[in-house]
Design a binder for this molecule. Structure first.
Ligand SMILES: [Zn+2]
Ligand SMILES: [Zn+2]
Length: 161
């Protein structure tokens, strides 16, 4: 995994602040509109407030979800939080979910170099060592993360790093 250097975390915070500012400006416009217009219905505040709460609630749920979910799929959480929250009409979230389902293959650690690799790989793409682990007793294909063979219970030898 190449470490991404782009500060998505900062970008996310900046975008969030900008959006907060935008909401503030919209609220201010609303207040001024209601002052200047005596026929401005008071329930407009309520509607606007509820809408605002729904949007903020939804965005926090999405952000929290991605923050916890993205690392499990080897995805950069802050970058995806930016995309899911700020691409309009939840399109970003949709893109995230599509790419995520693509990435859902279980990741295992290569015992030779320690990189995360897909479980279905037979050879580690980082160090070229074999990932084709088999139980030494019964020959069942086992994951390098497992401590014992699920079929016969023999302990794997992989505890030696
Ligand atoms: Zn490796
Ligand atoms: Zn076995």
């Amino acid at each position: 995994m190449k470490e991404k250097n782009f500060p998505f975390k900062t970008l996310f915070i900046v975008l969030m602040s900008l959006m907060g500012l935008l909401f503030f400006v919209i609220s201010a416009i609303f207040v001024f509109a209601s002052i200047n217009d005596p026929f401005f219905p008071p329930y407009a505040y309520l509607v606007f407030g509820i809408m605002l709460l729904i949007v903020i609630g939804l965005l926090s749920v999405i952000s929290t979800f991605i923050y916890k979910d993205a690392p499990k799929h080897n995805m950069e959480p802050w970058m995806w939080m930016c995309i899911a929250v700020f691409v309009p009409n939840l399109l970003g979230l949709l893109i995230y979910l599509i790419i995520r389902s693509d990435n859902k293959t279980v990741k295992v650690k290569c015992i030779t170099c320690g990189n995360n690799v897909k479980e279905e790989y037979n050879i580690c793409p980082y160090c070229g060592n074999s990932l084709d682990y088999k139980c030494r007793e019964c020959g069942t294909k086992i994951s390098p993360n497992w401590i014992l063979c699920p079929k016969c219970g023999t302990k794997t030898e992989q505890d030696v790093k």
